[in-house]
Ligand binder design. Structure first.
Ligand code: G3H
Ligand code: 13P
Ligand code: ZN
Length: 309
């Protein structure tokens, strides 16, 4: 088995209305929890690495851990750069054998985003690597975004079509109301499904990507808070909304916050209940198991991706 691109995964996901989980990885236990879940569920898998992860764990360690995961599980895995901010970091990851990179030009003007994305696409495609780009801006706290502001920050469907045609990008991250982190909505959760449907109808062959797709599972928030944490009012994207989005072209669902919460909840619980223990394996083991169970739940019940290998 090997590092693979997401091309085939996305083609199947697009026609069958399921999505591939793209999970952020930062250390060995997180990687093991995720790949063990994918193995049990027989699900395709994207592991993604942010600039912060590269800085924390150091790129060479993450690469070798992912190679070890392939050896250990016999899974094909797509290794993806999350939110690459310039051509240089994308090139570095492509040269380091990543099979997929994201160039996030969403902070630039439309024309500059196109120019930058095209530059990365040309280099990546020449090396057999696929590219995700982003158009539109993820909301901060969505509740504060008024309807007028929405059209300024959310992805414009016609621009999305032009963007894909002019860049030749392989997949597109869109903004329809999600945001990163544990505080996504102040009031009722809202995603602009009409906008998503329009985008999908204009570019039906393009796999769409949903960033900020953690649900912020109550079970983990409550556990964190009951063992000394302080994360009140955390709220994510309800699972039925994620499920719904996979019907309209969402093929890749990005999840990081739910991993962080699952891990932290278990570590907090163990340390609080066992004050005399100081062996990290004692709390990182349960944390790894919690990640595995959570990722299995996502694959099975939210992404509809079990047995899709
Ligand atoms: O895009 C955001 C991901 O959750 C990665 O977060 O930059 O703190 O590693 P990070
Ligand atoms: P969450 O913060 O919702 O997990 O989103 C992660 C993400 O989009 C990584 O790119
Ligand atoms: Zn993201």
């Amino acid at each position: 088995m090997a590092l693979v691109t997401s091309k085939e995964m996305f083609q199947k996901a697009l026609t069958k209305d399921y999505a591939i989980g793209a999970f952020n990885v930062n250390n060995m236990e997180i990687i093991q929890g995720i790949v063990d879940a994918a193995k049990i569920e027989q699900s395709p898998l994207i592991l993604q690495v942010s600039a912060g992860a590269r800085k924390y764990a150091r790129s060479a360690y993450l690469l070798k851990l992912v190679e070890a995961a392939i050896l250990d599980t016999d899974l094909d895995i797509c290794l993806h750069l999350d939110h690459g901010e310039d051509f240089e970091i994308c090139k570095k990851c492509i040269d380091d054998s990543f099979t997929s990179v994201m160039i996030d030009g969403s902070k630039h003007s439309f024309e500059e985003n196109i120019r930058l994305t095209k530059e990365v696409v040309d280099y990546a495609h020449a090396h057999g690597v696929v590219v995700e780009a982003e158009l539109g801006k993820l909301a901060g706290v969505e509740d504060d975004v008024k309807v007028d502001a929405r059209s300024a920050t959310f992805t414009d469907p016609y621009e999305a079509k032009e963007f894909v045609e002019r860049t030749g990008v392989d997949s597109l991250a869109i903004a329809i109301g999600t945001s990163h982190g544990a505080y996504k909505f102040k009031g009722e959760p809202y995603l602009d499904f009409e906008r998503l449907k329009k985008i999908h109808s204009l570019i039906p062959e393009t796999p769409l990507v949903l960033h900020g797709a953690s649900t912020v599972l109550k079970e983990f928030v409550d556990k964190c808070n009951s063992f000394g944490g302080n994360i009140p009012g955390a709220q994510g994207v309800p699972e039925d909304m994620i499920r719904e989005s996979t019907k309209y072209g969402i093929c890749k669902v990005n999840i990081d916050t739910d991993l962080r919460l699952a891990m932290t909840a278990e570590v907090r619980k163990f340390i609080s209940e066992n004050p005399a223990e100081f062996d990290p394996r004692k709390y990182l083991g349960p944390a790894r198991s919690a990640i595995q169970a959570m990722v299995q739940h996502k694959i099975k019940n939210v992404l509809n991706g079990s047995n899709t290998l």
